[in-house]
Design a protein around this ligand. Structure first.
Ligand SMILES: NC(=O)C1=CN([C@@H]2O[C@H](COP(=O)(O)OP(=O)(O)OC[C@H]3O[C@@H](n4cnc5c(N)ncnc54)[C@H](OP(=O)(O)O)[C@@H]3O)[C@@H](O)[C@H]2O)C=CC1
Ligand SMILES: O=C(CO)COP(=O)(O)O
Length: 380
């Protein structure tokens, strides 16, 4: 049983962890999160749609298909009936790819106890609606508190107990604001935390979710340019300017700028953009090397969230009037058949901007060259 203090003013309150968590989705990340929750012996259920995967977890304490030979805690048990998985659950982590979130949330509805909190752990934005994953789940499960878990977390490292940190974000009720130790975010953060895993809390769902969704697209760009033969300078430029794009989108949707410098923003951007362990970075790398899309990953189907989400993110940005040139560059390559060299030359030839002004000005004014020149004069 985890009991930890949460500093709230002079008198720290105790945080009560969840005692019956269920994870929906038995892929790599669902398995890693379930293992973190079960680390201290808490009985955790994990639902998967493949009987072979579920049986492997229950009988062998392994998920060979998704997390290899890494041993999983014995208090983790698999279910392939949604009703069994959700019976008695006091918190649910929803960990299927973003494209499946709405349908799976709908399937969960008849089996959830009233008010059970749901933490969405997929990274993306819904096509057509432009909704964040938590907003999609709120539409399907309107009477439940809905939040998210996001951060720089490769599942394969998490199951091997490499120290890992992530952010848990939920809206805080007025009572929780007075005593954050009682918040769903704090309770889930403590439930997930162990000697290998640290969870931080936030109430900025927009900021946390936008970081997780957009970093995949920037990782694709980093992969493409790395694959094309460029080095660390180019990746650093894309990461930094990509962070600016994330901030702009999050701010336009009501998120907070500082959230994007946290684990789910800069943290995940740094991880994903610099490592071919990332499926998004890896796809970009292969495309940059000239490998045809259908031959990438040797033809295996692999979840590459940034691929479809490039469209949903740029559609949303266009509708909001936000410039996201790196994301547009990735869209041009992946979805409009553009030539990588020509598209990058166009990206690189964009007008010179004053770096701090690029953010601050874009929101106050639909910035023209004249606007920027005028503001630059005023500041200098
Ligand atoms: N892997 C990682 O390191 C991290 C991943 N994430 C995010 O977690 C989410 C899931 O990714 P990840 O676990 O890696 O993906 P995986 O490919 O490892 O697993 C996906 C799981 O979802 C299941 N699934 C797919 N479609 C459906 C559906 N329509 N209905 C029900 N189940 C479905 C798959 O089942 P089946 O095998 O039967 O197809 C599989 O169990 C993504 O949004 C990803 O961005 C976040 C942080 C880290
Ligand atoms: O989100 C992740 C790490 O935080 C996993 O990244 P990929 O989906 O690109 O593999």
């Amino acid at each position: 049983m985890k009991h930890q203090s949460f500093q709230n003013g002079p008198v720290p309150s105790a945080v009560t962890p969840f005692t019956a968590p269920t994870v929906i989705g038995a892929g790599a990340w669902g398995t890693a999160l379930a293992a973190s929750l079960a680390e201290d012996g808490t009985a955790v259920k994990i639902w998967g749609r493949s009987a072979a995967v579920v049986d492997d977890i229950t009988n062998n304490n392994r998920n060979s298909a998704f997390t290899g030979e890494a041993p999983l805690p014995p208090s983790l048990s698999g279910c392939y009936e949604m009703a069994d998985a959700l019976r008695g659950a006091d918190v649910v982590l929803l960990v299927v790819p973003s494209g499946a979130i709405r349908a799976v949330a709908r399937d969960m509805r008849p089996h959830l106890a009233p008010g059970t909190p749901i933490a969405v752990c997929a990274k993306g934005i819904e096509p057509e609606t432009g909704l964040l994953m938590t907003q999609v789940v709120e539409e399907e499960l309107s009477s439940h508190p809905v939040g998210c878990v996001s951060g720089p977390t490769f599942a394969k490292e998490t199951v091997l107990h490499h120290p890992t940190a992530a952010t848990v974000a939920f809206a805080f009720s007025p009572a929780e604001r007075l005593d954050p130790a009682r918040s769903v975010a704090a309770r889930l953060a403590v439930s997930l935390s162990s000697q290998h895993f640290r969870a931080y809390i936030s109430d900025d769902l927009v900021g946390v979710e936008i970081g997780g969704a957009v970093k995949n697209v920037i990782a694709l760009a980093c992969g493409m340019l790395t694959g094309a033969g460029f080095g660390d300078n180019t990746r650093a430029a894309l990461i930094t300017r990509g962070l600016d794009e994330m901030k702009a989108l999050a701010l336009a949707l009501g998120g907070r700028r500082e959230t994007l410098t946290g684990l789910s923003g800069l943290g995940d951007l740094t991880l994903t953009c610099n490592s071919p362990t990332s499926r998004n970075m890896s796809l970009g790398l292969q495309l940059g090397q000239g490998i045809a899309r259908e031959d990438c990953f040797e033809g295996r189907p692999v979840v590459v969230e940034g691929e479809a989400n490039t469209l949903s993110i740029t559609d949303l940005a266009r509708a909001l009037g936000i410039e996201m040139p790196i994301c547009e560059f990735v869209r041009a390559i992946l979805h409009d058949g553009a030539d990588l060299g020509q598209a990058f030359a166009a990206l690189w030839a964009r007008p010179i901007e004053a770096e701090p002004l690029a953010m601050d000005v874009a929101f106050a004014h639909p910035a023209t060259d004249q606007d920027i020149a005028t503001l630059a004069e005023r500041i200098s």
